[in-house]
Every structure is written in structure tokens, then in C-alpha cells.
Design a protein around this ligand. Structure first.
Ligand SMILES: CC(=O)Nc1cc[nH]c(=O)n1
Length: 121
């Protein structure tokens, strides 16, 4: 039995549902996403829950500033060691840059997910 009031439970559920539908990016990626140069994002398992076809509100990680909506096109598992030039191109980076960025964000994580998206607004 939950000791929280029903209003509190509903409030928490709304926050969780909103969080699951949102996606954040570091500010340094914003311009590339908006101009269509960055069309994938590579995330760890904790951010692999996005539903194909769903629309997510996108904001900056640093300040939570909203900047666009994306439609999720695919979510595919990928090993860090399998990242290749094609992924780098879709991230608008060189492969060494991409590997360095991902290693900094997810140190030591081999099991990752490639999320492909299209920008809506
Ligand atoms: C905030 C955050 O984790 N941003 C990331 C992580 C991985 N790839 C990416 O494009 N953005």
C-alpha cells in the first residue's frame, strides 16, 4: 500500500511520463541538430526506452531550454567497439572524435544504442 496521497502519486507519475518522453542534448550539439547535420544520438541503456514513432521534446542538458521536437525513427543496439565512420558521419564528427565524446559521456560502457531521429519543429 502506498503512503502517498493519490494527488501526489498522479503528480509523480506525470513527471516520470514527461521525463521518459523528453530528450536532452549538450548545448554544443544544438546547432548541428537544428541544421540537420546530426541525425543520430548514441545513448546508454538508461536512455534506450524511446518508442519508434514517438515525438520527443528536446532541451539542453545544461539549462533545460527547449529547442525542438524530434520523431524517433529507430533504436538499435550497438557495441562501442562497433562504432564506425558511418555513425561518425551521422553525428557530424570524425570517428576518433565520436569515440572520444562517447567515452567521456559513458566511460567504460560497451553496450550502447543508436537512436535515429528526424527533426519536426
Ligand atoms: C545530455 C546527453 O547525454 N547528451 C548526449 C549523449 C550522447 N549523445 C548525444 O548526442 N548527446
Amino acid at each position: 500500500m502506498c503512503c502517498l496521497s493519490i494527488e501526489c502519486q498522479i503528480f509523480i507519475k506525470k513527471i516520470i511520463m514527461k521525463t521518459l518522453k523528453d530528450m536532452t542534448f549538450f548545448e554544443r550539439f544544438e546547432a548541428d541538430i537544428l541544421c540537420g547535420k546530426k541525425v543520430i544520438t548514441i545513448r546508454d541503456e538508461s536512455e534506450s526506452h524511446y518508442q519508434v514513432g514517438s515525438v520527443v521534446d528536446v532541451s539542453t542538458f545544461e539549462t533545460g531550454r527547449y529547442f525542438c521536437q524530434l520523431r524517433i525513427l529507430s533504436v538499435e543496439p550497438i557495441a562501442f567497439s562497433s562504432l564506425d565512420e558511418d555513425h561518425a558521419k551521422q553525428e557530424n564528427m570524425t570517428l576518433p572524435e565520436l569515440k572520444s565524446v562517447i567515452q567521456n559521456i559513458y566511460p567504460g560502457i560497451e553496450r550502447l544504442f543508436v537512436i535515429t531521429y528526424e527533426r519536426l519543429a
